[in-house]
Design a protein around this ligand. Structure first.
Ligand code: NAP
Length: 283
């Protein structure tokens, strides 16, 4: 399995499994088990997904050693701030049934995320978190966070797919050696991505699906990604991206699909800010 080294020398898989919106506990547990049995060794969850416990159960049932699985989780807006982040982290560990998290992320750039970052720096120094990062930080807040603290995030987990390639943001991230972790690699199915003509035509050349072409495109760009599926056949399909390579021309064609806009989360849209601040969850 291809891996990537982060700016603190921690290594992680380039392809993982995401569990957003798998709220049914049994289904989540089964999906994660299917992913682990398929060969995935990285699981991306979050306190706000309400399924950390199901992820922990699946890991226990898999029989795979904890140190062979890379787990990432996130602190939600309502737990922003030093003390609340520390408390939320303890719940996350309890739910996941583990004594450390490989990657801990600030989920949204709202609330007292500076306080959260100080907590995460302390958790990192204590060894209970192996790497710390953020999600959905645009250039201004990302650089402000970096300039205000000692530790530079290892990762910014952002919406990224062929229709939203985040080139400007990624250029800034590269300056600070921050890796891209793409969420919604399939744009959550929006914009006809699974029947897109360009992706389908590229796929036909290699006997691969549009989904596999997208994941291969991420791989060849050294971008970490975490596709989600509740179906075994798709979990397996999404994992089968090691046995072909896109040509330079294919890569350029996909680059030209960029619409330079978000299809899912416009992080600076005030309606989104109000909506996300209102989301409450029981951890
Ligand atoms: P996604 O992975 O882009 O898309 C998932 C959708 O694609 C599901 O409807 C799934 O349906 C379908 N699908 C999966 N594989 C397929 C295939 N091979 N062919 C056809 N359809 C396929 O969306 P996402 O779940 O939003 O993003 C992935 C992960 O990123 C999340 O699970 C989460 O871990 C993370 N995330 C993070 C943030 C953040 O703010 N940090 C935000 C969103 C997501 P089925 O399940 O029915 O197969």
């Amino acid at each position: 399995m291809d891996t990537i080294q982060l700016n603190n020398k921690v290594t992680m898989p380039l392809l993982g499994f995401g569990v957003f919106q798998i709220t049914d506990q049994e289904l989540c547990e089964q999906s994660v088990l299917n992913a682990l049995n398929t060969g995935y060794r990285m699981i991306d969850t979050a306190a706000s997904y309400g399924n950390e416990e199901a992820v922990g159960n699946a890991i226990n049932k898999s029989g795979i050693a904890r140190e062979d699985i890379f787990i990432s989780s996130k602190v939600w807006i309502q737990d922003a701030g030093y003390e609340k982040t520390m408390k939320s982290f303890e719940k996350t560990l309890h739910n996941l049934q583990t004594d450390y998290v490989d990657l801990y992320l600030i989920h949204m750039p709202y609330g007292d995320y500076h306080g959260s970052w100080r907590a995460m720096e302390d958790l990192y120094r204590s060894g209970r978190v192996k790497a710390i990062g953020v999600c959905n930080f645009l250039e201004d807040r990302l650089v402000d966070l970096i300039l205000s603290h000692e530790i530079v995030p290892v990762i910014n987990q952002i919406e990224m797919h062929p229709f939203c390639q985040q080139k400007d943001l990624r250029t800034v991230m590269q300056q600070y050696h921050i890796k891209t972790m793409a969420w919604a690699p399939f744009a959550e199915g929006n914009n006809g991505i699974f029947t897109n003509k360009t992706l389908a035509e590229i796929g036909v050349k290699y006997g691969k699906s549009p989904a596999q072409v997208i994941l291969r495109w991420f791989r060849q760009n050294d971008i970490i990604t975490i596709p989600k599926s509740i179906r075994l056949e798709r979990i397996q399909e999404n994992f089968m991206v090691d046995d072909f390579a896109l040509s330079g021309e294919d890569m350029i064609q996909i680059e030209h699909m960029d619409l330079v806009e978000s299809l899912i989360l416009e992080i600076q849209n005030l309606d989104e800010v109000y909506r996300l601040h209102k989301i409450q969850f029981e951890q």
